[in-house]
Design a protein around this ligand. Structure first.
Ligand code: GDP
Length: 447
């Protein structure tokens, strides 16, 4: 996600930060580069233009240029503007009504609507991230696509969420009414309605949605759009939001979207917040969309909170706590690195973690140079060949020991050096996290 934008902006800011003093011309040049980077990321033209105008005005303000760290200040301005562009006030699902709260899912066929319905249901019913577990019922109102209702039922079984029994021949509004009644009678907290999709926006679809919305009075109407369709996704969202009172957008296939244009211009163009990002086909591949964190990720400032959340989900709680404590102290030894490498493997390779942690990008690039995911196993072997003392204090490893360790692990001295370098990068990153004060939030979450 946002890889190329992140790289481009990183280059611009490195150049800015590399200078002690900045002139207005320096800033204007940088801002032009930011604009090109945004357009290359497929951000809508008016959005990119507005964005750059706003940040330029702020960045050439006298206080910024005269300050001791003008480069840093400019980055901060861009960060804050990015957060605003992504929708600073984005909120989670608002379901605090007398149950059942109704969540209606709308979108075009193939956008990932049914998958996302089940993902959200799973999230709500599992009490993800310490939230209260909800009793969720799902119902598919899609009578157009053969087997759509069965698809939702199958996903329901998979995520252990109930689905409304299928009665063949019923029309969407009737199904909605029946679902609502069942949810009320059987004491469900949340009812998720997966409406029919279409190949493109048409009036019959809109009318059907309006009729369903009237019956079900949903608290949330979420539009599911495919981020890979870029500006088309934004156009679809605009069409839908003119017809139904959307409360938010879910962008799917963010895992495959290197550019991120839809995510970046969605809020500005439609006025609707992105609430979730779909990041894979698996049922837990759904992330809450936090503009603050995403902006941080784009600017390579890292996204420690998402990282720890993801880690906490896939590793033992104790491990996470131990790690967090170590990080709080700014300590990070080879055993920790090994733990991290093992997690990376468990979490689906390096890709998932890339760019989420401050400084990780560098470490990751170093790793990619060294051969990518395959190298994880080799690194594990190298760490195993080190003595416990060396693992705790990698500085102890001298040239002679490097040769021994390489032999012992069936690798080369070069491999050993790469690992040591990576450890150094990561431990610097940990120190940065500590400085950012990010640890407090992390500890609270883990505690
Ligand atoms: P619907 O027609 O809108 O209900 O679309 P589906 O829910 O059936 O999804 C269509 C395809 O997209 C399925 O193969 C899903 O697994 C896939 N899909 C959905 N969301 C994501 C996502 O966030 N990432 C990826 N990679 N695939 C997704």
């Amino acid at each position: 996600m946002f890889d190329s934008l992140s790289d481009r902006l990183g280059g611009v800011f490195d150049r800015l930060r590399g200078r002690g003093a900045l002139t207005e011309a320096d800033v204007r040049t940088a801002m032009r580069e930011v604009r090109v980077a945004l357009l290359e990321a497929d951000v809508a033209l008016p959005v990119a233009r507005d964005f750059v105008d706003k940040i330029t005005e702020q960045a050439i303000g006298q206080n910024v240029l005269r300050s001791i760290t003008p480069g840093q200040q400019v980055v901060k301005i861009v960060h804050d503007a990015l957060v605003a562009m992504l929708g600073a006030d984005a909120s989670e699902l608002l379901l605090d009504v007398t149950p059942p709260a109704v969540v209606m899912m709308v979108g075009l066929q193939g956008s990932g609507k049914t998958t996302t319905t089940a993902k959200i249901a799973k999230r709500l019913s599992s009490g993800a991230m310490g939230r209260e577990r909800k009793k969720v019922l799902m119902a598919s109102l899609d009578v157009n696509r053969p087997a759509a209702q069965e698809q939702l039922a199958t996903l329901g079984t998979q995520v252990e969420v109930s689905t409304l029994p299928i009665i063949t021949g019923q029309q969407p509004v009737e199904i909605a009414r029946r679902a609502l009644q069942a949810a009320k009678l059987q004491g469900y907290d949340v009812l998720m309605l997966d409406t029919a999709g279409r190949l493109h926006v048409d009036q019959a679809l809109m009318d059907e949605m309006k009729a369903v919305a009237e019956i079900a009075t949903p608290q949330e109407i979420l539009l599911v759009v495919d981020s890979l369709t870029g500006q088309d996704a934004v156009n679809v969202a605009t069409s839908f939001s003119e017809q139904v009172p959307l409360t938010g957008v879910v962008l799917t296939r963010m895992d495959g979207d290197a550019r991120g244009g839809a995510a970046l211009s969605m809020r500005a163009v439609t006025g609707k917040p992105i609430k979730f990002a779909g990041v894979g086909e698996k049922m837990d591949a759904l992330e809450a969309f936090h503009p603050e964190r995403v902006a941080g990720r784009i600017l390579g400032m890292g996204d420690v909170v998402s990282l720890v959340e993801r880690a906490a989900e896939s590793i033992q709680q104790e491990d996470a706590e131990r790690m967090a404590k170590k990080m709080a102290k700014g300590q990070f030894d080879m055993d920790d690195l090994r733990g991290q490498l093992q997690q990376m493997r468990r979490m689906g390779g390096l890709g998932a973690l890339a760019g989420m942690m401050p400084g990780m990008k560098k470490a990751q690039n170093a790793l990619a140079d060294a051969g990518g995911d395959k190298i994880l196993l080799r690194m594990d072997a190298i760490i195993t060949s080190m003595t416990p003392k060396e693992r705790a204090k990698p500085d102890l490893v001298n040239a002679k020991r490097k040769i021994r360790i390489a032999k012992g692990s069936g690798t080369t001295v070069q491999d050993v050096n790469k690992l040591l370098k990576m450890h150094q990068e990561m431990s610097t990153a940990m120190k940065k996290i500590k400085k950012m004060g990010g640890i407090k939030g992390m500890m609270a979450m883990l505690g």
